[in-house]
Design a protein around this ligand. Structure first.
Ligand SMILES: [Zn+2]
Length: 90
């Protein structure tokens, strides 16, 4: 009697959710408005992995901050486009 051993394979584990893709870093000009798409990376949040449009994102000193309206955690900026023309600030 011979014993057959199945070859080792990469069996998927179902314990960990697949990691979300990390966007390329974005360089922001300071004090400008961007149209951005942001994502919630907080696994504990109902918005996890959802993306949101931010039509007017202010870049502050070159590092804009976006927080989730639900969990108040910083959101990941997926993409951003410099608004042209810049919106009027009154
Ligand atoms: Zn959230």
């Amino acid at each position: 009697m011979s014993q057959t051993t199945a070859p080792d394979g990469d069996e998927p584990t179902e314990e960990d959710p697949p990691p979300l893709p990390v966007p390329d870093p974005i360089t922001f000009l300071p004090a400008m408005y961007y149209a951005a798409v942001v994502r919630d990376d907080n696994t504990a949040c109902v918005n996890y992995a959802r993306t949101f449009d931010v039509p007017e994102l202010y870049s502050n000193a070159g590092s804009p901050n976006v927080v989730c309206g639900r969990c108040r955690q910083p959101m990941t900026i997926m993409s951003a486009t410099l608004l042209d023309p810049q919106p009027e600030v009154s």
